[in-house]
Design a binder for this molecule. Structure first.
Ligand code: ADP
Ligand code: MG
Length: 318
């Protein structure tokens, strides 16, 4: 049986590129760059709640870090360092090696050093703490939205939950779409470049982890505004083209979680800048509505009728 220390050394101790002291001591030593504020966040993934216990370990490794990188992206910050606390039911080294491979793949892609963590026996559970940097005062919070701002979302929200529905046998998708949706579910691509580009442009922002409307509710609450979401402006057509039925496609788009797209507000004067940004990053950016004075969320159907949008995001205790 490998000891805890063998496991750490073999699987989680890799050369750090921007850290004074990483894995192996009582604490890591990092030096923030001058003028930077630290953005710190943590996210836990629990077997049975966030993933199936028999999930592909390499994909799980990717996703464990990616969901944390996404929180840093959503602040307009640059991900830099991470710590991994992991509970493992057994020292299955094939599994651990694959998990670490996926995690470091993501770390390298987004320029993150794994600088420490904790390894213990227990029900499978991974908790990453991530630290990013942002020029002091430039972080994009949930609270800066103003009535009159446009509301935007990146990419294709809804794909991940459509992928999950397909896995559960609740949706039959054509082959290409199934691949795209499962990829969105298993290998989310946090929108770091977009988050950075939106500094000084977006007024409020978050990453959509629990569903578009539910997460929009968080911006409305923190910014003390309301919103009108234009159903016709939402990217529904690509979800319909998957072969999924219309009701499911709409539900995945409005309430599906796990896509890690960015939802943000910005003054109308920034429309050109944002459209140009989307072209430069080759990432579709959809203007899906606006913020209003009234608190509350309204959906505008394509025939113009307005009705209340129930902000039903995923709630672990709801
Ligand atoms: P301590 O007993 O001081 O808490 P540990 O034995 O738990 O130290 O960890 C030894 C070193 O390995 C520490 O630097 C810790 O940050 C690091 N470490 C432990 N588990 C992990 C992991 N899963 N990923 C990265 N680093 C880890
Ligand atoms: Mg420890």
């Amino acid at each position: 049986m490998p000891s805890e220390f063998d496991l750490i050394r073999r699987h989680f101790d890799r050369a750090a590129t921007h850290c004074d002291l990483a894995v192996g001591d009582d604490a890591a030593l990092m030096r923030p760059r001058a003028g930077m504020q630290l953005a710190v966040s943590t996210d836990m993934l629990v077997a049975g709640t966030h993933f199936f216990a028999d999930a592909d370990p390499a994909l799980l490794g990717w996703k464990t870090l990616a969901v944390n990188v996404s929180d840093i992206a959503a602040m307009g910050a640059e991900p830099r360092w991470a710590l991994l606390a992991i509970a493992l039911p057994a020292a299955d080294e094939t599994w651990i090696a694959a998990f670490a491979g996926g995690l470091f793949d993501c770390a390298q892609t987004y320029g993150v050093d794994l600088v420490g963590g904790d390894t213990t026996r227990g029900p499978l559970n991974m908790t990453v703490t991530i630290i990013g940097e942002v020029p002091a005062g430039q972080a994009i919070t949930r609270g800066g939205g103003r009535a009159g701002d446009d509301l935007w979302v990146s990419g294709q929200p809804g794909r991940a939950s459509l992928g999950l529905a397909a896995l559960r046998g609740e949706a039959s998708l054509n082959d290409d779409a199934r691949r795209l949706c499962l990829d969105a579910l298993h290998r989310p691509q946090p929108r770091v470049a977009l988050g950075l580009a939106l500094r000084g442009v977006a007024s409020a922002m978050l990453d959509v982890s629990d569903g578009l409307l539910g997460d929009l509710g968080h911006i409305l609450e923190r910014s003390r505004v309301g919103a009108i979401v234009d159903i016709a402006a939402l990217p529904l057509a690509p979800l319909l083209a998957t072969g999924a039925d219309a009701i499911l496609a709409r539900r995945c788009l409005l309430s599906g979680g796990d896509d890690y797209e960015l939802l943000f507000s910005a003054p109308p004067a920034q429309r050109e800048v944002i459209q140009e940004m989307g072209r430069r990053l080759a990432l579709p950016l959809h203007r899906i509505g606006c913020l209003t004075d009234d608190t509350g969320m309204l959906l505008r159907e394509s025939d113009g009728t307005l009705h209340p949008g129930a902000a039903a995001g995923y709630d672990h205790f709801g």
